[in-house]
Design a protein around this ligand. Structure first.
Ligand code: FES
Length: 88
């Protein structure tokens, strides 16, 4: 089971659910467009994670070292993210 901790709440992801879909399901106000890793709209700050982040689709969008793309990454274990600090 994957637990996600945000500034708003703590929740778990369903089987095969992307981090983006989990964030949207739980009412987080998060931007997204392509869902394929190239627009960068969905990026969030990864504060900590117990299991290394993997990507189903290799991202094309430019990311800082502490940023991830919830639309196309695969997360496991416990991950703490902050989506409030990312502003365009
Ligand atoms: S929605 Fe475009 S990179 Fe995630």
């Amino acid at each position: 089971m994957t637990w996600v901790i945000t500034t708003k709440m703590q929740f778990y992801l369903h089987e095969e659910e992307t981090l983006l879909d989990g964030l949207l399901r739980t009412g987080h106000d998060i931007n997204y467009q392509c869902r394929e890793g190239y627009c960068g709209s969905c990026r969030v700050q990864c504060v900590s994670n117990t299991v290394p982040i993997e990507y189903v689709i290799e991202p094309i969008a430019m990311l800082d070292d502490d940023e991830i793309l919830p639309c196309c990454c695969r997360v496991q274990g416990v991950i703490h993210i902050n989506h409030d600090l990312i502003k365009d």
